[in-house]
Design a protein around this ligand. Structure first.
Ligand code: ADP
Length: 476
């Protein structure tokens, strides 16, 4: 058994704002099948404390960044959790990263430094009788862990996975002391980033191995455009950076058993779901493809490109059903588009069950992201025979086979990719999608290809396990 401590700020099904939670919820189980014993260290947000069931206090910490804390062990849905019950940091109304108005919590640096500090303390002294051989942190919230491992003089390898490099977890240098960081290490070699403390930089500098969630994103990260200021350190650490594509939880996303939909084995079974979905969204019948999109609404996700290119879809008889929430200006623009056109329907909000119904009922899933480390909704789409129309970037490049003439001729296409990532090129892609949709034999063949594609965790979990195995004997 390889004992691995995951350190992560969200985990499905307990608490989720994005794909990070899906990975944290599914990867430990896939690693478990390969002989790893994964425990997941998670903040004890108010939103999850009531859902934990029976817990056992395995450690207590006095004065953890401003108050006392307990570490509670419990099992939820097949996951072994270590929940950091620190009311002064996590017991509050609002979101997990910010208040109800969307403002980041001002004490986020301390909230996630505490998580990272406790990860290092567990690597040092254990949680109850359990001690990890590897600490595996995810995104900036776990980023300061190597600094605390160093401070506590703990020789346990730290693996770090970049799910999205856009979030750096920066804090002002005045917080060095409250964050318990060594001022002598406030340098560009460690965690200093243009005069600020950067939790992400600490991880990139201090990790034994850095992974990210697709091979293409691993290459893109080395460029200024995608590295967002971290490309330099990533180039310096390039030999230790590897891309491993995300999988999806095939138990949760399975059209044959999904409790949210009218289940089906082959794509022909989608028809009843399409009818139901149109009803849910108040859409009538149409000749073109019913396109769906489920996403956070941010500039990253290219929703503004979609709004510009939409006429190319609508003029061909296509429809759009969109579920998302985020930037107010995008929510307003989308709602306006829905009011202006009967074939556009928008629901603002977060709705897990509806997201399943959209995968089952849609003809195509749209992911027009400007950058996309991996992306999960195109993987759900493949599994549900809902063909992805995606930007050619990051994991979207690695998981979809574009319907080029060659791919169509050899019968391997699974979707449509567009490049450059502009409204004009998305418009062309809509034209191509509609052409393909108008050829039922070709469309059905693509659906069969899509539904056959392996999108689970098996192959990628093996790659993580290999990394753990490499690190255990040599780095210790
Ligand atoms: P990111 O992590 O950048 O948000 P991903 O595609 O990796 O993007 O993961 C997003 C996850 O969140 C998917 O599981 C998607 O279905 C889900 N999701 C996003 N927005 C919503 C929403 N409004 N309602 C339900 N699920 C959503």
């Amino acid at each position: 058994m390889t004992k691995v401590l995951f350190v992560v700020s969200e985990c499905a099904p307990l608490i989720k704002t994005g794909g990070l939670a899906d990975v944290a919820g599914a990867l430990p189980q896939a690693l478990g099948a390969l002989g790893c014993e994964v425990r997941t260290l998670l903040p004890g947000y108010r939103a999850i404390m009531g859902a934990l069931g029976k817990t056992k206090v395995v450690e207590t910490y006095d004065g953890l960044f401003g108050g006392p804390a307990k570490l509670r062990a419990c099992q939820v849905g097949g996951l072994d959790l270590l929940v950091l019950d620190a009311p002064h940091l996590y017991d509050r109304d609002g979101g997990i990263y910010g208040d109800a108005a969307g403002q980041d919590w001002p004490d986020n640096p301390e909230r996630f430094a505490a998580l990272s500090y406790v990860a290092a303390a567990i690597a040092d002294k254990g949680a109850g009788k359990w001690k990890p051989e590897i600490v595996h942190g995810h995104d900036w919230q776990a980023g300061l862990t190597p600094e605390y491992l160093h401070a506590l003089d703990v020789d346990v390898p730290f693996v770090f996975t970049i799910h999205n490099i856009a979030f750096h977890g920066n804090a002002s240098a005045e917080r060095l002391k409250t964050l318990r960081l060594d001022p002598d290490r406030f340098t560009a070699d460690h965690f200093e980033f243009w005069g600020q403390i950067s939790a992400l930089k600490a991880a990139l500098a201090g990790a034994s191995k850095i992974t990210t969630v697709s091979q293409t994103y691993a290459r893109e990260l080395l460029t200024p455009e995608f590295g967002i200021g971290m490309d330099g350190i990533l180039r310096a650490r390039g030999a230790n950076l590897v891309g491993i594509v995300n999988g999806i939880d095939e138990g949760v996303w399975n059209p044959e058993t999904d409790p949210n939909i009218k289940t089906y084995k082959t794509a022909s079974g989608k028809a009843a779901n399409k009818t139901a979905l149109r009803k849910t969204f108040g859409l009538g019948k149409a000749d073109g493809p019913l396109c769906v999109l489920v996403s956070r609404l941010t500039e990253q996700k290219g929703v503004d490109l979609l709004l510009h290119a939409l006429p190319e879809l609508l003029d061909r008889g296509g429809q759009l059903a969109l579920l998302g929430s985020g930037a107010p200006e995008l929510e307003v623009a989308l709602s306006q588009a829905a009011r202006a056109h009967p074939n556009v329907a928008v629901k603002i909000g977060y709705d897990e069950a509806l997201s399943h119904q959209m995968m089952a009922g849609g003809d195509a899933i749209l992911v027009p992201s400007r950058f996309e480390p991996c992306g999960l909704t195109q993987l759900y789409g493949l599994r549900y025979g809902t063909l992805p129309l995606v930007a050619l970037t990051g994991g979207l490049a690695d998981t979809v086979i574009n319907a080029s003439p060659a791919a169509l001729a050899s019968g391997v296409a699974t979707g449509v990719q567009f490049n450059p990532i502009t409204a004009q090129s998305l418009g062309h892609a809509f034209g191509q999608l509609c052409d393909l949709f108008a050829q039922p034999a070709v469309w059905k063949k693509m659906q069969r290809n899509a539904m056959k594609q392996a999108v689970g965790w098996d192959a990628s979990a093996v790659k993580y396990k290999e990394i753990y195995d490499q690190l255990r004997p040599t780095d210790r």
